[in-house]
Design a protein around this ligand. Structure first.
Ligand SMILES: Nc1nc2c(ncn2[C@@H]2O[C@H](COP(=O)(O)OP(=O)(O)OP(=O)(O)O)[C@@H](O)[C@H]2O)c(=O)[nH]1
Length: 307
């Protein structure tokens, strides 16, 4: 079980943060080799100190890996990663100077070692502060889910957002009140493009992880009274209550740009929006939105074939 979980975490890092990991490790190796080749070997090595510094260095690397497997990419991850990396580098230099003595006139490595710790602490502190703010926002969303949507049987087991039957239930209530409600609520239906191919290339587990991240990010970019659902497979819906129609598409475009940037720059999402002003049947409304989305996907396929 533990091995399976570790493999999953490693796959996540490979998929989303490979550039961070490779860059960080190459930097550490270069620093370690440069420190060894610039110093003179100590006549007596304190093995207990060396083991202590080595273990500290190993744990700093483990913290770095934990960070990478627990976060999607983005500003906070970048900040925390840089802070942890600087801390790791200072432990690498600490470890190296158990074996060599740096030349007196050449203080580069001592300076890196001394400066990287306060800088790392500063970056980790700011990163943790931002992480806390982000977590508050996510908690607010989760509390909201608890408050208004107590239908656990209608939750999607993979993404933990609601399913289409629940959306239809909620739409039935909204449709009744929509005529008097200003601005009218809007239903967005979204489809992740090329998902079957993504599954084939990276495996079903990576596909599941993508769906989970997408649902979580969609939630964090929506308001507390909006409703996020997974309709089926790679298709989601978002019911928005308080958004002026003039801003709706720009808002959705910006949110999707950020979401795709956080998950993968290759990710492409096709979507349609449907204002709920005069609807008689929630099921018909959802059916119509799916049909509009299919037509849009079909047209964009034709356009790309023609291009
Ligand atoms: N990993 C994973 N895949 C799923 C899940 N549910 C459905 N799928 C896969 O999602 C894929 C959906 O395929 P399509 O509807 O053709 O979507 P697409 O590949 O994005 O095609 P276009 O939208 O036309 O670009 C299928 O390969 C399903 O096997 C799931 O829960 N997890």
């Amino acid at each position: 079980m533990l091995i399976f979980q570790l493999t999953q975490h490693l796959r996540f890092i490979m998929l989303h943060h490979l550039h961070y990991l490779v860059g960080g490790c190459v930097g550490a190796l270069v620093l370690f080799m440069a420190a060894l080749s610039n110093g003179t070997v100590k006549p007596e090595i304190q093995w207990l100190d060396a083991v202590g510094e080595g273990v500290a260095c190993l744990f700093a690397l483990i913290w770095l890996l934990f960070l990478l497997c627990s976060r999607p990419s983005g500003r906070i991850t970048h900040l925390m990663f840089t802070g942890c990396l600087l801390y790791w580098y200072s432990t690498v230099l600490d470890f190296a100077d158990e074996f060599v003595r740096y030349p007196e006139h050449h203080r580069l490595f001592q300076n890196i070692e001394s400066l990287s710790i306060p800088l790392a602490m500063l970056m980790i502190t700011v990163g943790l502060f931002e992480w806390l703010r982000e977590q508050r926002q996510i908690n607010r969303q989760l509390r909201q889910r608890e408050m208004f949507h107590r239908e656990y049987r209608l939750l999607d087991p993979l993404t933990q957002v609601y399913t289409e039957p629940y959306l239809i239930q909620q739409l039935q209530r909204v449709c009744g009140a929509a005529m008097t409600h200003q601005p009218h609520p809007i239903l967005f239906v979204l489809d992740i493009r090329g998902f079957a191919q993504f599954n084939m290339k990276h495996g079903m587990l990576a596909g599941d992880q993508l769906l989970k991240s997408f649902a979580e990010l969609l939630l964090s970019h929506s308001n507390v009274d909006d409703l996020v659902c997974r309709c089926r497979g790679n298709r989601f819906a978002l019911l928005v209550h308080q958004m002026p129609h003039a801003h709706a598409s720009r808002h959705m475009e910006q949110a999707l740009k950020k979401i795709c940037h956080s998950i993968s720059t290759e990710l492409e999402v096709c979507w349609v929006q449907q204002p709920i002003s005069n609807c008689t049947s929630a099921e018909a409304l959802v059916r119509q939105s799916h049909a509009n989305l299919d037509a849009r996907k079909h047209n964009s396929q034709l356009e790309s074939i023609r291009a």
